[in-house]
Write a protein that binds this ligand. Structure first.
Ligand code: NCD
Length: 309
């Protein structure tokens, strides 16, 4: 099995075997969790190009590269680049690719931006989030977190709650879960934020799902509750946010009646949808989830660059 040189644009760029292989490789990178640095990526340079705000994705990719012993070419803030002068994405990518970077990690607000970049770049491209569509490495760390917890993903009941319409993590996670067997997804959201038809069409032959409005109607069934924030920046009309915010907030009492070993996940950042009071319950896993992001991204980068050790 080789992921060497592979573009990762959609979660469907992975097979189930590859995903499980990456989980095992990530488990071998335990020393990164202790703050150790390996020297397997000496001389390798990864371009990190973010056209949208990010904390975790950007920092965890950067940390992953540095912990492997490689270096990062950071594009910096868009306003300080020639994009502010009107440069196209294609020109930016061609130029950076011309420097012979080893890998390009791209986040962009337009759907399809990573696919376009991959067409122009010789270096492999990882989609670190494109519009409302996909965020495949987030799904990798989400599934890795579930796998570490339960030792399997088959047969689990997963609640995905919040802004399922404009969020890219709910779509990517649905695609990821569809690679496994007998998974049931509860899509928990008010009707106006429910999962897009296009996502259901991609997964409906492979998973069972139910759309519900209230968490209480499924809480006792869930093994995982994955909460997401309202994607304020993607709402067509900013006034809509005022109406939607506060429509749902998960608190310790929302978890009453849940399974003993339920885990609560969140891609972060959170705003008002997940109360900090949940942090001290035995169910919270979102901060471990974020650390898992650095480790699984390091495993992925190692494979794409074909690094030994
Ligand atoms: C997510 C994203 O950017 O899609 N964040 C992340 O990558 N951890 C979720 C979000 O912004 O709500």
């Amino acid at each position: 099995m080789t992921l060497k040189g592979r573009d990762i644009i959609s979660f469907f760029d992975f097979s189930r075997e590859e995903v499980e292989y990456l989980f095992r490789r990530a488990d071998e990178l335990e020393s990164l969790r202790r703050g150790e640095t390996l020297n397997v990526a000496n001389g390798k340079i990864v371009a990190v190009i973010f056209f949208e705000p990010s904390t975790r994705t950007r920092l965890s990719f950067t940390m992953a590269v540095k912990r492997l012993g490689g270096d990062v070419l950071d594009f910096g803030e868009v306003q300080r680049t020639s994009v502010a002068k009107g440069e196209t994405l294609a020109d930016t990518i061609k130029m950076i690719d011309g420097y012979k970077v080893d890998l390009i990690v791209l986040r962009h607000p337009s759907e399809g931006a990573s696919k376009l970049a991959a067409e122009f770049a010789e270096a492999p491209v990882i989609n670190a989030g494109d519009g409302s569509r996909e965020h495949p490495t987030q799904t990798l760390l989400d599934l890795y977190t579930i796998w570490r917890e339960f030792k399997h993903i088959d047969n689990l009941n997963i609640g995905i709650m919040g802004d399922l319409k404009y969020g890219r993590t709910p779509s990517s996670l649905s695609y990821g879960l569809s690679l496994f067997s007998n998974v049931k997804i509860y899509y928990i959201a008010p009707e106006i934020l429910q999962i897009r038809e296009e996502v259901l069409e991609m997964v409906e032959r492979k998973i069972r799902y139910e759309k519900i409005e209230k968490l209480q109607d499924a809480i006792n069934e869930l093994d995982v509750l994955y909460v997401t924030r309202i994607q304020k920046e993607r709402l067509p009309n900013p006034e809509e946010y005022e109406k939607l915010k506060g429509l749902y907030t998960v608190t310790p009492s929302s978890l009453e009646g849940c399974k003993e070993n339920l885990i609560v996940m969140h891609p972060l950042p959170r705003v008002t949808e997940l109360s900090p009071e949940v942090d001290s319950t035995k169910h919270a896993r979102y901060f471990q989830q974020a650390v898992n992001g650095m480790v699984i991204r390091a495993a992925l980068i190692k494979e794409i660059l074909g690094l030994e050790g």
